[in-house]
Design a protein around this ligand. Structure first.
Ligand code: PEP
Length: 251
């Protein structure tokens, strides 16, 4: 039985005051049967950590550099995030792949660094509209999953895959329940080939891409959808908690 995991990716939004307020609003309303996390901008992580201390809300980061320290101007390493109480970190988010031009090699090294430091890695995969229209979705997803190293990642509880079709992120246009389930089942089948079926059965696969209160029930009820990675709808406590509560109701 996989516990559903709902994570909010705040991206480059909010202020210090509004981050603290939002984090507190979420922390006080988390149901028992769902795991919930938030990934604030780097500069607010410390303040948010203090605001939610003692709660069940998991603190996350949106990115981390692949080296553990040194002369890398402007970068943040995983040990620094751990020091602040961060428990999970994204790798391969489409905005980092497509806007910041991160290569598969860099994404792979980041996923390895996050996992090796003891954090949960949420590895993001997903196709562009052009790739979907050319029937390349499964090839793209397979190739992005191959950035993960089975000889390094051995604990299925610390690996989460977020399937996020690029055409659905921030566009208001979500994948249908069937489109999401089809790719999620493929992700699990690929993980079974890369690791083994038992490992694959324990990995949570989140859906991301315009997930909101209105479509949460349908998407989160799919058999291979184990939670969500939420952008826009995670910036307001009401909409984020409505998604969390939809996940709790499904169990
Ligand atoms: C995301 O960026 O991870 C995301 C899913 O964004 P949105 O919910 O805004 O589509």
């Amino acid at each position: 039985m996989r516990t559903k995991f709902i994570a909010g990716n705040w991206k480059m939004n909010l202020t210090k005051t509004s981050s603290i307020e939002l984090a507190r609003g979420i922390a006080r309303a988390i149901p028992n049967n769902v795991e919930v996390g938030i990934a604030p901008p780097f500069v607010y992580i410390d303040a948010v950590a203090s605001a939610i201390s003692g709660s069940k809300l998991l603190l996350g980061a949106q990115d981390a550099y692949c080296e553990s320290g040194g002369a890398f101007t402007g970068e943040i390493c995983v040990p620094m995030l751990k020091d602040l109480g961060v428990r999970f970190c994204l790798s391969g988010h489409s905005e980092r792949r497509h806007i910041l031009h991160e290569t598969p090699d860099l994404v792979s090294k980041k996923a390895r660094a996050i996992y090796s430091a003891g954090l949960i890695v949420i590895h993001c995969v997903g196709e562009t509209l052009l790739e979907r229209d050319s029937n390349e979705t499964l090839n793209v997803v397979r190739s992005q999953l191959s950035e993960l190293q089975p000889n390094i990642i051995t604990d299925p509880n610390r690996l989460v895959i977020a399937y996020e079709p690029v055409w659905a992120i921030g566009t208001g246009r979500n994948a249908t329940d069937q489109q999401a389930q089809e790719v999620h089942a493929f992700v699990r089948q690929t993980l079974a080939q890369m690791w083994n079926p038992d490992f694959a059965a324990r990995v949570r696969i989140q859906y991301g891409g315009s997930l909101k209160p209105e479509n949460a029930k349908g998407l989160l009820s799919q058999p291979d959808v184990d939670g969500g990675l939420i952008g826009g709808a995670s910036l307001k406590a009401d909409s984020f908690l409505a998604i969390v509560n939809a996940a709790a109701a499904i169990g």
